[in-house]
Design a protein around this ligand. Sequence first.
Ligand code: ZN
Length: 198
Amino acid sequence: MDYYSSKITALIDEFSRLPGIGAKSAQRLAFHVISMPEERVNGLAQALVEARRGVRYCKECFTLTDDELCPICASEKRDHGTIMVVENTRDLAAYEKTGRYEGVYHVLHGAISPALGIGPADIRLKELMTRLAGDVKEVIIATNSSLEGETTAMYLSKLIKPTGILVTRIASGVPVGGDLEYIDEVTLLRALEGRTEL
Ligand code: ZN
């Protein structure tokens, strides 16, 4: 038997499909939405739809952006000869928040994981190699220090080294298994400054 109106149940269902949202949180969110002024609910719904529809991949670094080129790739102030390789856009955002990294990025959208059947062809590796044909001095590998992140780093370094481009790995100030996005800015900067050549 349904305790709630079928519309509330449908809303709870939708919320509970989101990552990290359990049954209780889904319920709380659904009731919160019902109590919100209609205007704000419309704003939320519109933001959801527009984000899904309008966001695309930067044609250079493959981060999520509104335009053909993201603001970082479009900027002349950035050092386009230094590319930091990250697993996802959230990791890019973590490094951008430090405000101290002047290079550009490459977003892989994942990491190599034989256990999950994710191979080199399933992430944006080919696109990175295409970029390296240009004028690149250094590739900083900033994948997570998880098994997948380390596997990806090793694979990348083997792939890039023959090109003669300097390949570095951020220092292990980043805790093992740690997701970059949860790490404070000081630790991120220390990891970047202490990077070592692979
Ligand atoms: Zn970009």
